[in-house]
Design a protein around this ligand. Structure first.
Ligand SMILES: Nc1nc2c(c(=O)[nH]1)N[C@H]1C(S)=C(S)[C@@H](COP(=O)(O)O)O[C@H]1N2
Ligand SMILES: [Mo]
Length: 200
């Protein structure tokens, strides 16, 4: 350690870019799934945002495809410590999907086909920070990586980016999802190393 870069102690620079603390680069694209890969046919696929017992907005695959599509380039950070820089995606911004959604709730639970869930603040889904993506690196998203579509929230640890996304239920309190109930952090900011919760 040179002693002249004290501000960067604990950080690593790779390809001229800082990585969050405790992360290292991977060249591949690891698959991390807790269970079997669900196969969801696009003709049966739907996305919902539910704000109350009788209030849901839904999109079929065709309806999703008719929405404005964004190209996204983002660094991703898995809590198991691998990071991947400048991953390329195409999808629909959550800003588009949330545009007409009215709720006083500040949180959501994201639910996946297959049963996975993860909690997020609506604030972390708004502001061009989150997308429903269906393409990675120029090709259709494979089932292993969450196809037909997954949530992408790259500014949080990658466990928040629910694969095989089915929909969102808004919630008044920030109730934990699957990994959060098992000790992962409720928020999960990699730059603050929010890996695990203190209360768990
Ligand atoms: N539905 C679902 N989504 C998931 C997971 C999962 O097991 N099931 N794993 C999470 C974790 S821990 C990570 S690191 C990323 C991995 O995505 P990848 O397999 O495309 O690399 O997906 C996240 N989303
Ligand atoms: Mo992960």
């Amino acid at each position: 350690m040179s002693g002249t870069t004290r501000g960067f102690v604990g950080r690593r620079r790779d390809r001229g870019k800082d990585l969050p603390p405790g992360q290292h680069l991977t060249d591949g694209f690891p698959v991390l799934s807790t269970g079997p890969t669900p196969r969801v046919d696009k003709k049966d696929w739907e996305l919902f945002i539910r704000t109350g017992p009788d209030t849901s907005t839904r999109w079929t695959w065709q309806e999703l495809m008719a929405l404005p599509i964004s190209a996204v380039v983002a660094d991703i950070h898995c809590v198991t410590s691998w990071s991947k820089l400048e991953t390329r995606w195409r999808g629909v911004s959550l800003d588009v999907l949330l545009k007409d959604v009215q709720t006083s709730d500040q949180y959501v639970m994201a639910h996946s086909y297959g049963g996975y869930s993860t909690n997020l603040a609506l604030e972390d889904l708004r502001g061009d920070k989150a997308w429903i993506v269906f393409e990675h690196d120029g090709v259709e998203l494979t089932p292993e990586h969450g196809g037909p579509a997954r949530l992408l929230v790259p500014h949080l640890y990658f466990w928040k980016s629910a694969k095989w996304i089915h929909g969102f239920v808004t919630q008044e309190r920030n109730m934990p999802g699957l990994w959060e109930r098992n000790g992962y952090h409720l928020h999960g900011d990699p730059w603050r190393e929010e890996r695990y919760s203190r209360w768990s």
